[in-house]
Design a protein around this ligand. Structure first.
Ligand code: B3K
Ligand code: ZN
Length: 881
């Protein structure tokens, strides 16, 4: 549904009211026909005596309505009203409790929004979170209305042999010569957003899992037939996730069947529908030759994430959509811990923080900044954000930092004891943590209330005579739209102090009788604090915000030597990586300020990189991260004053080239050392380091390096190496590069997900012809603008390509803006994600700022704009005032 740009409804958190009616049960029948599906719904409704009484029943809905019956009688037209702008159906003066029957007709083949019931490659799928159920039938489509669902599906046997819904299959049969039916009952109450159906021709891969209490669970993964050989990793991941949740949190699965269905057209990653997860193929399918190590990790963590939702999201759900982070922040935290427990904790932490800084920090500093528990929205789909998810996970992590793993687990157990089967709020979660640990978390609510990334500035004073060190710490949070003055946050700041030999001092505060370990979590509550440590016999080097103990920006005036020291010696792997990142960032920003064609690198960087490369104790995955420069977006945010993105990319490239040149022999040697005789998944760290070396070798014009990439491509028995070779050559000109790119497209034209990699590489290239190439990609036979993965691969990558998106003549802006408008006609969610790439326009130098503003203005004036895009663009334009 579209809204006029002048009058979109703004939903406010403070307006929450309990639903005046509740649904006890809902029995659905889907009569699936070729052109349309008839949905019959039978609801047992009663008044909610805990809510303010209302005579009229207001249901949400946006489907074509065939019939309304109340207690068996047709409900007369004069006793109801449909409001299509608000998407509501009001029945006047309904009784105390009654049976309501509603029949709607929906047209999945025509549904391009991929919300509600839609078709993909001839099969039918649903996506209901947050408000897709109302596109299927009229209902109290809000998460605090939890009902028992049964679903009967009737369809042609040959076209739709597989008919799935939530819960347990309780019956099936033949309705006539051509059609069959299947009935499902979900024994758990759930909100409508967790409802799902799937109908179509799909192959199934089966396995089973025995829970720790001995219950047998059937595991089923449904995919298209040609993908059956790419499901083993997903299945293994699911079993690992089930085991991990039992071991770490004592949580077991609660139904007899767990189904995962993969679909190629999907707006996001996956969806945790009760017992019937629906996944983007990208997060299910993985085979050594088609998926990279990164993809394998992604599949495992998303499978884990959706599985973990069964407790954190489904058994205990959200009272209203403002509470989204209650389930998302918590579940992201859980999937992060899952990966950290299975593989390298340090590597996982670095990857997560890198992502937070690249994607969440800019959001928190931009026009759409919002607290993890937002106060208002126009379109809820716009609030499935990095802030709600990733910053939300950091906020959950802080409970664990405050209370330890055991304390956190106690808090979670209390939360389930109190709220199993309920729809609750972020406050309820915080209260459970506080009560289980007997800790006052009142101030902690500010993390849920205030947007923006807090900044923490530390100064250190050393007294040689008193042998004491004082850390003076100030916190401040910049203004964000609608929030100018922020109250101080409760911040856990983990610190250590090193002596010049790299040994951590035991930390003893002046009022303490003995040291309490050599790492401490300092609790900041005020705007300013001082902490004094005694018995420190030498000026120490502080290691601050270890393991990134809070989602803040830390400021401390380190000298280059101190950073080099931490890069070499910090015992906290995260901070060791961090020290290197600061050194790189400073060097790139200096190059930006004083561009020199032959950027010289400070000795501390060269030596630091060498030390990392040669270390015997560091694992290769860590080395690869430690030697990767900060992302362009991260640097964009770090530039003081106005940004010229093209100059920024050039500065970063100049430093990359300088690193490549100065350490050419080490990259070569390490590239060889990383070679393994045979493929093993566990060697992913070696592959990542190897591909980093290959990329550095190709950061300068060097035919030998091109040849290395070519050989790697030709010999590769796995996608990480194949894509790594293409990626190393991404920005280069020349026949070999072009040939390899063509070869890849030829070879993989039938594998949609592999082609997405190829599309993304083209659109991200720094070659001068990238805009033309990107426009041409849209005509490629494997491309479809209607497919979200494809649209994101080409347009999302182009929008993140700072060099070409920000072309000085505005051509990049124009191109993306036009595509946004085109996509908005059929899929507002995808359009609204893409248009967010315009959000940082006020940070640009004046000419580009003007050009971007023009495009935003054109977009917002477009007639029939979706509320999704309208909300983002109008906020973006307001930011200028
Ligand atoms: N809960 C879903 C996201 C739904 C997004 C709707 N636009 C996936 C997840 O976070 O697990
Ligand atoms: Zn989630």
């Amino acid at each position: 549904m579209t809204a006029t740009s002048s009058s979109p409804t703004i939903h406010l958190r403070r307006d929450y009211q309990a639903s005046p009616f509740l649904v006890d049960r809902i029995d659905l029948t889907f009569d699936i026909r070729d052109q349309s599906t008839r949905v019959h719904s039978r609801l047992l409704i009663k008044r909610n005596h805990h809510a303010i009484a209302q005579n009229d029943l207001v249901l949400h809905g946006a489907a074509s309505l065939n019939l309304i019956q109340l207690d068996g009688e047709v409900w007369p037209t004069e006793r109801y009203q449909i409001n299509s702008t608000e998407e509501t159906l009001t029945l006047f003066d309904v009784p105390e409790s009654f049976i309501l029957e509603i029949e709607t007709e929906v047209f999945p083949e025509k549904n391009t929004s991929l919300m509600g019931l839609y078709a993909s490659n001839g099969n039918l799928f649903t996506q209901c979170e947050p408000e897709g159920f109302r596109k299927i039938t009229y209902y109290l489509d809000r998460p605090d209305v939890m009902a028992k669902f049964s679903t009967t599906l009737i369809a042609d046997k040959t076209r739709y042999p597989v008919l799935l819904s939530n819960g347990n299959k309780v019956g099936q049969g033949i309705s006539d010569k051509k059609r069959h039916w299947v009935k499902w009952v979900d024994p758990y109450r759930k909100p409508s957003y967790l409802f799902a159906v799937v109908a179509g021709k799909l192959a199934v891969v089966r396995d089973e899992y025995i829970t720790r209490s001995g219950r047998k669970v059937a595991l089923e993964i449904y995919v298209e037939t040609h993908d059956v050989d790419k499901t083993q990793h997903a299945l293994r991941s699911l079993k690992r996730a089930m085991k991990w949740d039992e071991d770490r949190f004592g949580l077991e699965y609660d139904l007899d069947t767990y189904m995962i269905v993969a679909v190629g057209d999907f707006n996001m990653g996956a969806m945790e529908n009760k017992g019937l997860n629906i996944f983007n193929t990208k997060f299910v399918l993985a085979r050594q030759d088609t998926a990279t190590d990164f993809d394998f990790e992604g599949v495992e963590s998303v499978i884990g994430h959706e599985y973990f939702h069964n407790w954190t999201g489904n058994r205990v759900t959200c009272r209203d959509w403002f509470q989204l982070s209650l389930k998302e922040g918590l579940t992201v935290f859980r999937d992060q811990e899952f990966t950290a427990d299975l593989y390298s904790r340090a590597v996982k932490r670095i990857e997560d923080v890198r992502q937070l800084r690249t994607a969440q920090f800019p959001e928190d500093a931009g026009p759409t900044a919002h607290p993890i528990r937002p106060d208002s929205y126009i379109e809820m789909n716009n609030f499935y954000t990095m802030t709600v998810y990733e910053k939300g996970a950091e906020v959950v992590r802080m409970y664990q930092t405050l209370f330890g793993r055991e304390g956190f687990r106690k808090g979670l157990e209390l939360y389930f004891r109190r709220h199993d089967g309920q729809a609750v709020t972020c406050d309820d979660f915080r209260q459970a943590m506080a009560d289980a640990n007997q800790y006052d978390l009142t101030q902690f609510e500010r993390w849920y209330d205030q947007a923006g990334t807090p900044e923490v500035a530390v100064e250190m004073f050393y007294s040689p005579s008193a042998h004491s060190v004082t850390l003076h710490i100030r916190q401040h949070c910049p203004a964000t739209p609608g929030q100018t003055d922020k109250a101080p946050f409760l911040i856990p700041l983990t610190v250590a102090l090193f002596d010049p030999n790299g040994k951590a001092y035991p930390l003893q505060m002046s009022e303490e009788t003995e040291a309490q370990g050599d790492e401490r979590v300092l609790i900041l509550r005020e705007r300013e604090h001082s902490f004094t440590f005694i018995n420190i016999d030498h000026l120490p080097i502080p290691s601050l915000l270890r393991d990134f103990s809070a989602p803040v920006k830390l400021h401390y005036h380190y000298s280059a030597e101190e950073l080099a020291f931490l890069f070499a010696h910090d015992t906290d792997a995260f901070n060791r990586w961090e020290a290197g990142q600061i050194l790189f960032r400073q060097t790139i920003l200096q190059q930006l300020e004083h561009p020199s064609s032959n950027a010289a690198l400070p000795a501390v960087i060269i030596e630091g990189v060498q030390r990392i490369l040669h270390s015997d104790s560091l694992d290769p995955a860590f080395k690869a991260l430690a030697l990767t420069l900060p992302s362009e977006v991260e640097l964009f945010e770090a530039v003081p004053g106005e940004v010229d993105p093209v100059a920024l990319v050039q500065a970063r490239e100049a430093v990359r080239a300088a690193l490549a040149r100065s350490l050419r022999h080490e990259w070569q040697a390490m590239y060889q050392r990383c070679q393994r005789p045979a493929f093993h998944h566990e060697d992913s760290g070696w592959r990542s380091l190897k591909n980093l070396c290959l990329a550095y070798l190709n950061a300068v014009d060097d035919p030998i390096a091109v040849e290395l990439a070519q050989v790697q491509y030709q010999k590769a028995d796995n996608m990480t190496d194949q894509a790594g070779a293409l990626s190393a050559l991404r920005d280069r000109q020349g026949a070999i590069r072009d040939h390899l790119y063509e070869d890849f497209a030829q070879r993989w034209q039938k594998e949609a997900l592999v082609m997405d990699k190829w599309f993304a590489l083209h659109a991200a290239s720094l070659r001068p012809d990238t805009l033309n190439r990107t426009e041409a990609l849209l005509q490629h036979p494997c491309f479809s603008l209607k497919n979200p993965n494809k649209a994101r691969a080409v347009l999302g990558s182009f929008g993140r390509n700072l060099l070409h998106f920000h072309a000085a003549d505005g051509s990049g802006y124009r191109f993306l803006a036009q595509k946004v408008l085109e996509i908005d006609q059929f899929n507002p969610q995808v359009a609204s994600r893409l248009v967010s790439l315009f959000n940082r326009w006020t940070r640009l130098e004046p000419q580009r700022r003007q050009l971007m503003k023009q495009e935003l203005t054109t977009i917002v004036q477009q007639a029939g704009l979706s509320r999704d895009v309208f909300e983002i663009v109008s906020k973006s334009l307001e930011a200028a005032h």
